[in-house]
Design a protein around this ligand. Sequence first.
Ligand SMILES: NC(=O)c1ccc[n+]([C@@H]2O[C@H](COP(=O)([O-])OP(=O)(O)OC[C@H]3O[C@@H](n4cnc5c(N)ncnc54)[C@H](OP(=O)(O)O)[C@@H]3O)[C@@H](O)[C@H]2O)c1
Length: 253
Amino acid sequence: MKLALITGASAGIGKLIAYHFAEDGINLAIVARREDKLQEVKKEIEDKYTIDVLIIVADLASAEGPTSVFEKLKDHEVTHLVNNAGFGTNGIFWEMDRKTELQQIGLNIAALTELTHLFLPQMVKRNAGHVLNIASTAAFQPGPYMSVYYATKAYVLAFSEGLSGELSETNVWVSVHCPGATRTEFAAVAGIENKLLFKAGSASAEAVAKHAYEAMKRGKVVSIHGIGNALMAFSIRFTPRFIVRMLTKTINK
Ligand SMILES: NC(=O)c1ccc[n+]([C@@H]2O[C@H](COP(=O)([O-])OP(=O)(O)OC[C@H]3O[C@@H](n4cnc5c(N)ncnc54)[C@H](OP(=O)(O)O)[C@@H]3O)[C@@H](O)[C@H]2O)c1
C-alpha cells in the first residue's frame, strides 16, 4: 500500500497534518507511544475519509524505535515521511535530568535522521517522494534555558537544507517547517505554559499544520509560520549574537 508516514500523530501538529493527507486521499501510517490516542485518530480519520490508517506504537527515542517502524512498513511504499515527533525541556542545563536531555536528542535528532536514512533510498530509487521535517523558530538562534531543544532544532533545519541540496537533481523533496509557539501539548510537556513566549500569544495547531502541509506541497524548502516569526528569523541575521542570546534568555526565563 502507498502511504504517508507521520511521527507524533497522536496529538498536536502531527495529528492535524494527518488530516490534510487524509483529505488528499493518501493512506497513513501514524506513529506515537500512546496507542489509545492513535486509535482515536485512526477512527476519526477512517470514519470521515476513504483511506486506511495503520497504527504503529513505538518509542522513537529508544535505540530500536526507528528500525521497528521501518520493519513494520517493509511491505508498503512510503511516499511521504513526516518527521514531526519532538519535545522540549526547560531549565538550567546542568540541573536537568540527563536521561531526559539525551532522550530529547534521541527523538528530535537521532530518530529523525535514522528514519530519513531508512526511507530515503526507496524514494530516490523511485525518483519520487517527500520528506517533511518539523523544526521550530528555535532553529534560528541559541536558547538559554532551552539550550538542548534549540540546538536540536538548529540541527533539523541545517540537516534538512543540506539534504535538499543533495537531492536537487532528483524528484525527491525535503521540506522543513518552522512553527513558532503553538497551542498543543508541547508547552505542558516542556513546562513552559507560563513563559512570556506562550503568554504573549501562540498560533493554533490547525493553522500551523495547514501551513506546513501546503508549503510541503508547493515544494518550499524552508517555511516559517507567521509573519512575525518570519521577520524575527530574518532580523536575527543582522543582530549581534550577544543581543540575540540576551533576548532569548529573557524570553525563556
Ligand atoms: N507547540 C509548539 O509551540 C512548537 C513550536 C515549534 C516547534 N514545535 C515542534 O512541533 C513538533 C510537534 O509538536 P507539538 O507541538 O504537536 O507537540 P505535542 O502536542 O506534544 O505532540 C508531540 C507528538 O510527538 C509524540 N511523541 C513524543 N515523544 C515521542 C516518542 N518518544 N516516540 C514517539 N512519539 C513521541 C507524541 O505522542 P505520544 O506522547 O503519544 O508518544 C505526540 O504525538 C515537535 O517536533 C515540536 O518540537 C512545536
